[in-house]
Design a protein around this ligand. Sequence first.
Ligand code: 3PY
Ligand code: MG
Length: 255
Amino acid sequence: MSIDLRARLEKPEPFYFTWMTLPGAIVAGQVARLPYEAVCIDMQHGLSGFTDVAAMSPAITASGKPLLLRILWNDPGLVGQALDAGASAVIAPMVNTPAEAQALVKAAKYAPNGMRSWGGYAAVQAAGLVPADYLKEANRRTMIFAMIETEEALGNLDQIAATPGLDGLFVGPNDLSISLGFGLGKDLKIPKLEAAIKSIAAAATKNKLVPGAFGGSPEACAYFVGHGFKFIAAATDVGLMTAGAKAMQDQLAKI
Ligand code: 3PY
Ligand code: MG
């Protein structure tokens, strides 16, 4: 059974996780053994489909670390499917309006809080509970993050952050930077972009939400932690492979 993500995120220490773009249960099991606290499978821009995720989920949760899923789109069917696959948290891209944030929460919660449909057998197994106990626990255990990554979402930030049942906000720095007209989010110090990122942290704190962000490098992680973010995608699988190869190549060049 994986750790209780919600209880862990009540602690002040940053929570760093990996971001998987590659499919495969063996790769997932290996990534889960790296020194990060959880594994997120990216179903929006990564290569994993639902059949891949179904096979990767037990390989990740067997390590005791939570599975997180960035879904393809904020669609109620995809939210339910991600939770049914055993995700402890769903990260939904491009949540731009309060109505979209409400729909996201509604799709993720069993009645009376929402309209999640029953049938999450992989989730029941991953939680190590009998079905009736999973039903009682699921609304509390599973966490929902809305990605704030457009100018439109920034305009609706206070209302999105006030959505009952939402657990966190998650910055997509690339899309946010593109949406604000600055291209890929390489320079997080551009004043308008940095002001937007600060406003997202402030909205999360005001509404007791977990502030999250896609980092992807030690520098970006330091930046986000410095701005009060806690739930951070520290590195992608391909990024770690590339960095490891580069570090070794630098050593080999010295032989
Ligand atoms: C973004 O930066 O836009 C993301 O969605 C993170 O991959
Ligand atoms: Mg994005």
